[in-house]
Ligand binder design. Structure first.
Ligand SMILES: [Mn+2]
Length: 317
């Protein structure tokens, strides 16, 4: 592991840097990647930002999302992955990253596999807190756009300051970002309130068929391809569904089981205490202690049996 000051000393000596978000980008990877890239340009470093998937429309209040590229090209003295627990999170760009000689990994997931030459992994609530500290460490300037980017990641990865990963430092950094011009009202509205009619419809459809297991301690939201077709909503509009499930008072562990292709399910776990990083790990996934994910192939009822069994082994009596 490299420390904060060493990392920034090295990074600021680079001539050209390509930064990578993770696939299916969320607020934290978008915010931390673009904030770091904008900060690096202050030192005259040539930067380009890549993401293998499109940036969801709701982030268009951040002007710099327009600079993100979907196709990788060019030669760079360094490649930087941001908010990616392992190299496969880079999607289409994983092999380009793995084969480059000079790579950096800036992340906050405890499951991070330290896959780069220079690994900076600090277990803060959001990766935007890490990037804030790196920018401050390097004496770079935080303008209102960088402040909005960083606050976006903090707000989204903490569920609007409501998850148990929040620390006093989370609030301290958020407070600083307000003084640098972050618009908290706009950020919270865009990430937690604004939705399309299609999403509102999908939400109603899937919450009406929530399933409960293990004495109602484990709840499951299922979203099928058919649900997407009937509602007109898209996969990236399902964020927040699992938070609704976690509001059910008997539920200690929640799962959102999303059919992403025939007999292929993407599972997100959320927990009030059980180590769901370990649960996801049994299926080749991972994440955080209280929020994790994995993919499982198979028939729907078999997938449900598998996750119910896995959760039952971790639930205390
Ligand atoms: Mn994150």
């Amino acid at each position: 592991m490299i420390n904060k000051s060493r990392l920034m000393q090295k990074l600021l000596k680079e001539k050209s840097v390509a930064l990578f978000m993770h696939m299916r980008p969320d607020g934290d990877t978008i915010g931390s990647t673009l904030a770091l890239s904008k900060a690096l340009t202050q030192k005259g470093i040539e930067v380009k930002v890549f993401c293998s998937d499109a940036i969801p429309n709701k982030f268009s209040y951040l002007q710099s999302v327009e600079t993100v590229n979907n196709v990788f090209s060019g030669e760079y003295s360094a490649l930087v992955s941001v908010d990616c627990a392992d190299v496969t999170r880079l999607g289409d760009f994983a092999s380009a990253f793995a084969s480059h000689k000079n790579t950096y990994n800036v992340d906050h997931h405890i499951s991070n596999t330290k896959y780069a030459e220079n690994n900076y992994v600090e277990n803060n609530a959001s990766n935007c807190e890490n990037v804030y500290e790196l920018i401050v460490e390097a004496g770079l300037k935080i303008d209102s756009e960088i402040a909005n980017l960083l606050l976006t990641g903090i707000v989204t990865d903490t569920g609007n300051f409501a998850h148990s990963n929040v620390t006093p430092k989370t609030f301290e950094i958020a407070s600083k970002l307000l003084t640098f011009g972050a618009n908290v009202n706009e950020i919270v509205y865009q990430n937690f309130k604004a939705q399309t009619k299609e999403r509102a419809k999908l939400h109603g459809m899937v919450t009406s068929k929530i399933r409960y297991f293990l004495d109602d301690r484990f709840g499951v939201i299922t979203i099928t391809q058919d649900d997407f077709i009937k509602s007109g909503a898209t996969q990236d509009q399902t964020e927040g569904f699992i938070d609704f499930l976690m509001g059910v008072n008997s539920v200690e562990v929640g799962a959102c089981v999303m059919e992403i292709a025939k007999e292929k399910y993407k599972i997100s776990f959320r927990s009030k205490g059980v180590d769901v990083n370990a649960v996801a790990g049994t299926f080749g996934g991972g994440g955080h202690t209280l929020a994790s994910g994995c993919q499982i192939h198979g028939l729907y009822e078999e997938v449900i049996d598998k996750i119910v069994f896995a959760i039952s082994k971790y639930l205390q009596d």
